[in-house]
Design a protein around this ligand. Structure first.
Ligand SMILES: Cc1cc2nc3c(=O)[nH]c(=O)nc-3n(C[C@H](O)[C@H](O)[C@H](O)COP(=O)(O)OP(=O)(O)OC[C@H]3O[C@@H](n4cnc5c(N)ncnc54)[C@H](O)[C@@H]3O)c2cc1C
Length: 500
């Protein structure tokens, strides 16, 4: 960076800073969801994106899991996204292990196959409508912070470097995160597989509906239908590892697929081909003072199980309401530490599960294959194990730690309860806490949460007797049996304690 061409951001038209706002670095799915949530909560937000306008991210993720669809439902986007894709009712992890997604206790009992750019399109539209400012061709180079805020050095497309200022900054700038590097944080881990080949192809003889995954030990292939005649192929050849930059041809994809699956399913016509390597890495801290990391900037893992984009979106949903509460509502900034406490273990779990799937799928010695067969058998025959596997892969089973002595539902995912006012995930569209009380005479006193603007007050109609305080990200902050006024007062106290 040169100092001569550095300008004061305030002098460049259209780049006024928000000292009380948030700078989000990166307009990938994580940054877009986060920016939209912050702006919807009234926080001034600018997204700084290195790419020029109109240059979308490459076709990467293509699977949206049930929990992510629920979070998009809580933003009024899920039904529109579902209409762009194809629903898979089952997922085959290995030859003998399939997960039946219809068992999921969700409004979305499937894996939605749709390209990542569809998710980004909807999130960007929402963010713009909520008032997020986008600056494209804006590359973050350096990060500094003090007691009052964060300064980012940003290089514009014309080469000038300006210093941008905000109360907080979030690095959602992907696996090579400049923000993470500027914070001096390590990104420990290792490469899992080098030279994974990716392609979107047509298949003359398609496999049956499920995702197809199989490894022979030396070759591995994965097929997923987009639902419009195109298939995503991901394959790997133990003997043919090459640098990411080496060209890929359809013949290579056909050859590896044939060796892994016994057939190339009549593969032809690639619309997109690429080669990449897969790492397993996680940053040790998601928060450094006023700077936070989310999505691939905080964790990367093998594409097995299709969890990268999903985990990033869930990071953003966890962080958004907390950051808004601190910036807008004067909540203690200790609330931001719960982002680390809740999401770091989830990131570590995703590293373990996606790493486990890929290693077992590529098993090449007798012991590993025996372990894979045993695991397939156990998951197939033991319902608790199957539920756990389903919950892990789809995100439905994710729960956050609860304080000692809390109601057993605390920290868990709130199901989409039917309400007198509609559904819970519709009530969450207000972006606030939702206080769910059972039907009965005790609701609605003037001093109760119904009168408190921090919570939306609704009544459950499923016959359940538990009062629930649901966080804006769809997790249960507090619960108690019944609707007594004392319970409502306790709910309000809990709300204050969670920064609502
Ligand atoms: C082949 C493949 C298949 C995948 N399949 C799946 C799947 O099925 N399901 C799934 O959930 N995930 C999948 N993933 C992972 C998924 O694509 C990523 O996890 C997801 O894109 C991460 O989103 P993000 O917003 O955190 O980061 P990114 O999407 O990487 O976005 C980061 C953004 O930051 C910008 N940026 C970078 N540096 C700077 C800077 N210095 N200044 C300003 N801007 C900057 C970049 O231009 C980019 O737009 C797959 C990935 C690959 C490669």
């Amino acid at each position: 960076m040169t100092t001569e061409n550095r300008t004061d951001a305030a002098r460049r038209p259209g780049t006024a800073d928000h000292p009380a706002g948030v700078l989000v670095v990166g307009a990938g799915p994580t940054g877009l969801l986060l920016a939209g949530d912050l702006a919807a909560a009234g926080v001034p937000v600018t997204v700084l994106e290195r790419r020029a306008p109109g240059h979308g991210n490459l076709s990467r993720a293509f699977g949206v899991h049930a929990r992510t669809l629920e979070l998009l439902d809580a933003r009024g986007l899920a039904d529109e996204l579902v209409a762009t894709g194809h629903r898979l009712r089952g997922m085959r992890l290995f030859r003998r292990l399939s997960l039946d997604l219809t068992e999921l206790p969700s409004r979305f009992p499937y894996l939605l196959i749709t390209p990542q750019y569809e998710v980004e399109r909807l999130l960007e539209r929402r963010a713009r409508a909520a008032g997020v400012r986008f600056e494209h061709g804006a590359e973050v180079l350096a990060v500094r912070q003090d007691d009052e805020g964060v300064s980012l050095d940003v290089r514009a497309a014309d080469g000038t470097v300006a210093t941008r200022r905000a109360a907080y900054a979030v690095g959602a700038d992907g696996h090579r995160s400049a923000v993470r590097t500027a914070l001096g944080l390590p990104f420990p881990g290792r490469s899992v597989i080098r030279s994974i080949v990716l392609a979107d192809v047509r298949l003359a003889e398609p496999p049956p509906g499920l995702l197809t995954v199989r490894g022979t030990g030396d070759a591995f292939a994965f097929l997923a239908p987009f639902g419009d005649g195109w298939y995503r192929v991901m394959c790997w050849d133990r003997a043919g590892e090459r640098p990411d930059g080496d060209p890929v041809g359809l013949d290579e994809v056909r050859d590896i697929t044939r060796r892994a699956l016994g057939t190339d399913h009549g593969m032809s016509e690639a619309r997109w081909l690429s080669r990449f390597h897969s790492d397993e890495r996680q940053v040790p801290v998601y928060r450094t003072g006023r700077v936070l990391l989310a999505g691939d900037a905080a964790h990367v893992h093998s594409p097995a199980g299709g969890q990268g984009m999903n985990t990033g979106l869930q990071d953003a949903a966890n962080l958004g309401w907390k950051l808004a509460a601190v910036v807008r509502a004067g909540a203690s900034d200790a609330l931001l530490d719960t982002y680390q406490a809740e999401r770091h273990p989830v990131g570590a779990m995703v590293l373990r599960s996606s790493g486990g799937i890929i290693r077992l799928a590529m098993a090449h010695n007798i012991l590993q294959r025996a372990l894979r067969d045993l695991l397939s058998l156990a998951v197939g025959h033991l319902p608790p194990l199957r539920r756990r596997a389903l919950g892990t892969v789809t995100g439905i089973g994710i729960a956050y730690p609860a304080p000692r002595g809390a109601h057993p539902l605390t920290g868990g995912r709130a199901p989409d309860l039917p309400l007198r006012e509609g559904r819970l995930y519709e009530a969450l569209r207000a972006g606030r806490f939702v206080l769910v009380t059972p039907e009965g005479p005790a609701d609605g006193s003037a001093d109760g949460p119904a009168a408190d603007p921090r919570a939306v007050h609704v009544t459950r109609t499923d016959g359940g007797r538990t009062t629930l305080l649901v966080r804006p990200d769809g997790y249960i902050a507090w619960a108690a049996e019944g609707t007594a006024a004392g319970g409502r007062a306790a709910a309000l106290a809990a709300l204050a304690g969670t920064g609502g």
